[in-house]
Design a protein around this ligand. Sequence first.
Ligand SMILES: Nc1ncnc2c1ncn2[C@@H]1O[C@H](COP(=O)(O)OP(=O)(O)OP(=O)(O)O)[C@@H](O)[C@H]1O
Length: 259
Amino acid sequence: MSSAPAAFGIETRALNLWYGDFQALRDVSLRIRPQLITSLIGPSGCGKSTLLRCFNRVNERYGYVRTTGAIEVLGQNIYAPEVSLVALRKAVGMVFQRPNPLPISVYENVVFGLRVHADRKQLTRAVLDEAVETALGEVGLWADLKDRLHARATSLQLEQQQKLCIARLLPLKPSVILMDEPCSALDTAGTRAVEELMFVLKQRFTILIVTHNMSQARRVSDECVFMLLGEVVEHTRTEQLFLTPHDTRTADYVEGRYG
Ligand SMILES: Nc1ncnc2c1ncn2[C@@H]1O[C@H](COP(=O)(O)OP(=O)(O)OP(=O)(O)O)[C@@H](O)[C@H]1O
């Protein structure tokens, strides 16, 4: 993926997606700005996760998925023949609902992506050590884990596991981080900790988060996208979407009248 400056972190035009005969996304045209947090909100089944998964082309693992329209990440068409899935997934990292560190050490989790993507000859012990210290430092885990780098990642607290899942994206220098309900397995303290981390990370990335939690969308996001039945109903500044939405369907949703 090229790193040329682009006005939008993600842009879609007339994006449609079908699971077999069922159309899950309808004519989605969106511009997601970099250095912001954008939340995708809407009732269950409206297509939030499907849309998120378009941006790293994960939906394609199902043979019965068909997509039309355009998707650009940092100005580059992600379906262009010269874009490999490996390069795309390096540029577009993803964090899931349940923390999913690999059942290996903390250290090996952080360098896993480098071992897959980077030239082996360049991966000296010093390079790997530095990558681990930097990535764990960026997510605020270094002080807690520097003496436990060889502990099994799955033995950490859930909050630490989720931060580790974010840390392991960073050595690959992504431009976009997708988060699908990243706090739904965490308690209040863990949720706050991950939200604070998102504020730090947004200075460098395009962050797109799916959340069911309206308070969280209000707390963390600069912009919100409200979806209904596979369509984008409204995309605007968070404050506006919650206080003075344009569309009555948005107002009904944020006021809790359905969904
Ligand atoms: N792999 C799949 N195969 C077939 N249909 C699917 C698949 N994944 C999702 N769908 C359908 O596509 C629609 C959108 O689902 P999606 O999970 O994207 O919605 P969502 O807004 O993220 O929902 P939730 O908030 O419940 O996670 C739903 O009707 C769902 O049943």
